[in-house]
Design a protein around this ligand. Structure first.
Ligand SMILES: Nc1nc2c(ncn2[C@@H]2O[C@H](COP(=O)(O)OP(=O)(O)OP(=O)(O)O)[C@@H](O)[C@H]2O)c(=O)[nH]1
Length: 166
């Protein structure tokens, strides 16, 4: 659990660090179901980890809820001398997936706060849109109910006035 502040609002976030190894995949998939935001993380010093992102992304598509927010992360940005994945490759992949992208370093804290704040912001915005959608559809339902109600009144009036006019 961690509390971060987004636009002056204190938000308590629960963070799950899933295991990367294949043998834990069954457990990992269970975490996706309740996730609202997901970081897809590769290691900039490992081309292999970058290639693996496609597999992670398809798992997320399959197991995470529809509205889940995702950000692509290239970690170990402090290891410039060992870099195997260019920043432009990360940006390109993120663009393909329609995600935001950060290079980070857990060692130097580079972009850590920024990426968590951004993901929280995206989750809050999605939540707001969802609530707005629900509000609109319940307002629509109310309007429809009013119309139906008015309709029956109009019918009644119509019938009664019709009986008068005859
Ligand atoms: N230089 C550097 N090393 C890092 C950074 N982040 C993690 N490491 C190191 O990378 C190794 C693996 O880190 P983990 O946090 O275990 O990685 P993980 O992805 O959770 O590993 P899994 O157990 O497979 O899920 C450790 O030795 C960390 O110290 C970073 O930003 N920079």
């Amino acid at each position: 659990m961690k509390t971060i502040e987004v636009d002056g609002i204190k938000v308590r976030i629960q963070i799950w660090d899933t295991a990367g190894q294949e043998r834990y995949q069954t457990i990992t998939k269970q975490y996706y179901r309740r996730a609202q935001g997901i970081f897809l993380v590769y290691d900039i010093t490992s081309e292999r980890s970058y290639q693996h992102i496609m597999k992670w992304a398809s798992d997320v598509d399959e197991y995470a809820p529809d509205g889940v927010q995702k950000i692509l992360i290239g970690n170990k940005a402090d290891e410039e001398q060992k870099r195997q994945v260019g920043k432009n490759q990360g940006m390109k992949l993120a663009e393909e997936y329609g995600m935001d992208f950060f290079e980070t370093s857990a060692c130097t804290n580079y972009n850590i706060k920024e990426s968590f704040t951004r993901l929280t912001e995206l989750v809050l915005m999605a939540h707001k849109r969802e609530l707005e959608g629900l509000r609109m559809s319940s307002a629509d339902e109310l309007n429809l109910a009013e119309l139906e109600d008015d309709g029956s009144k109009a019918d009644g009036m119509g019938n009664s006035s019709k009986s008068c006019w005859c």
